[in-house]
Design a protein around this ligand. Structure first.
Ligand SMILES: Cc1ncc(COP(=O)(O)O)c(C=O)c1O
Length: 416
């Protein structure tokens, strides 16, 4: 029911989907000139190694040894078959999940945080600034910075800063500094877009500081592909030829990309993105160039967007409250290679509770979106009387999100 790989079986190269896309991605544009951005435009924010990965045409990119050494603290992560959930649903489907909740920060986010901290340290950066929604990314980066002896400043979406005090404590325990965002408007609930503006402003204003983004960009999705690469090996160990469908929750698209991108070339494997109905970027957004942040300081990215000034309602899945989506994910959805579905909070938490009462673990609200979709796929298989192999991304645990469960269990959860 559980497939583990040995520490030696950790993937030693990341899977780069860029050369495998049917059409090249349109380039990011400079926010001032609207011309394609070059490496020099990005150099104040990112180390050259990451700028190179952003546009690399190499099909595989080696994971540096010091990054592998850190990843081995918790990787490879387990692949688990959700047998008890299958029984409760009475489905002929076989449901597997890739458990990224076992990392020190409790989610998939350290997979890229460690790589980004490493490359910044190598190029002489002393300090990193970043945004965080529910605190998963901020805590992951603070953890990674502590290992590579970098300072870390986190701008945390104000709505979550109040709601999730223990994520703040994690950030501080690993030595990072965290403040609520937007910094200049104490009455504003904030969003990932406003927090990105604060973090970019910080990095652009200091010579010793680079900016670090927890999702969306090509290099972030690249670093997350260890998830899908391991899952492929583990499914083979479980005797599965291939999954019929691979599902991930989608905020900016990093855990979804990490799990699904290695399956893009595989015929007959459906890929599904799951988002909240209150922030329906892929299902209701328009495809356009838009800023990555609210203030319009970042390059314009070709993506599905709800508009950079869209402020989503303060749902519990803080990590899914982003107006845009990764250009890679957007291209896959636009080209028909990936599907997208949206669910309201109440249905998501019903699924999360059913999962907890069968499989035991309490999932992050973001992760619970993928659980909802996996359950619905399993129920559809039951309806059709068809076997179906379902793989979903268990992107993080919800042990610091219990307020959300309390609200759900006591009828206080409102869907806007
Ligand atoms: C547990 C978890 N899952 C999913 C997400 C969504 O982000 P992404 O789409 O980049 O994976 C987040 C973001 O904070 C998260 O914390």
């Amino acid at each position: 029911m559980r497939w583990n790989l040995t520490p030696e079986q950790i993937p030693t190269a990341w899977f780069n989907v860029l050369p495998r896309l049917t059409e090249p991605l349109p380039p990011p544009l400079h926010p001032g000139t609207r011309e394609p951005v070059g490496p020099d435009d990005l150099a104040p924010l990112f180390p050259m190694a990451l700028i190179g990965q952003e546009v690399s045409a190499e099909p595989w990119i080696d994971v540096p040894g010091p990054v592998l050494d850190v990843l081995r603290l918790w990787r490879p992560t387990p692949l688990v078959r959700a047998r008890r959930l299958e029984e409760a649903l009475g489905t002929p489907a076989r449901i597997y999940y890739k458990d990224e909740s076992v990392s020190p920060a409790g989610s998939h986010k350290p997979n890229t945080a460690v790589a980004q901290a490493f490359y910044n340290k190598e190029e002489g950066t002393r300090r990193l600034s970043t945004e965080t929604g529910a605190g998963q990314w901020g805590s992951a980066l603070s953890f990674a910075c502590s290992l590579f002896d970098l300072e870390c400043k986190v701008y945390m979406v104000r709505a979550s800063y109040g709601q999730k005090p223990y994520r703040r404590v994690m950030i501080e325990t690993w030595g990072g500094e965290v403040v609520p965002s937007p910094v200049d408007d104490p009455d504003h609930p904030g969003s990932l877009g406003t927090a990105i503006s604060d973090a970019v402003r910080d990095a652009a204003g200091r010579d010793d500081t680079h900016y670090s983004l927890g999702s969306v960009l090509n290099h972030v999705l690249l670093h997350q592909t260890v998830i899908g690469l391991e899952a492929k090996e583990q499914l083979a160990l479980a005797g599965e030829e291939r999954p019929d469908v691979v599902i991930g929750s989608c905020g900016g698209g990093s855990n979804l990309g990490g799990l699904t991108l290695p399956f893009v070339p595989d015929e007959g494997v459906r890929l599904v993105a799951v988002e909240p109905t209150s922030c329906p970027t892929l299902t209701e957004g328009r495809f356009d160039y838009d800023f990555g942040d609210t203030a319009g300081m970042t390059p314009l990215l070709p993506m599905f967007t709800l508009g950079h000034d869209f402020i989503p309602p303060a749902i519990h899945a803080g990590g899914l409250r982003y107006h845009g989506d990764a250009p890679i994910i957007s291209a896959l959805v636009r080209g028909g290679r990936m599907e997208a579905v949206a669910y309201p909070q109440a249905k998501v938490f019903e699924a999360a509770v059913q999962f907890a009462r069968t499989q035991g673990t309490i999932a992050a609200p973001e992760t619970s979106h993928a659980i909802r979709a996996a359950i619905d796929e399993a129920l559809a298989a039951k309806e059709e009387g068809a076997e179906r192999v379902i793989l979903f991304g268990y992107s993080g645990h919800g042990l610091l999100d219990l307020q959300a469960y309390d609200d759900h269990l006591h009828g206080r959860l409102v869907d806007a």
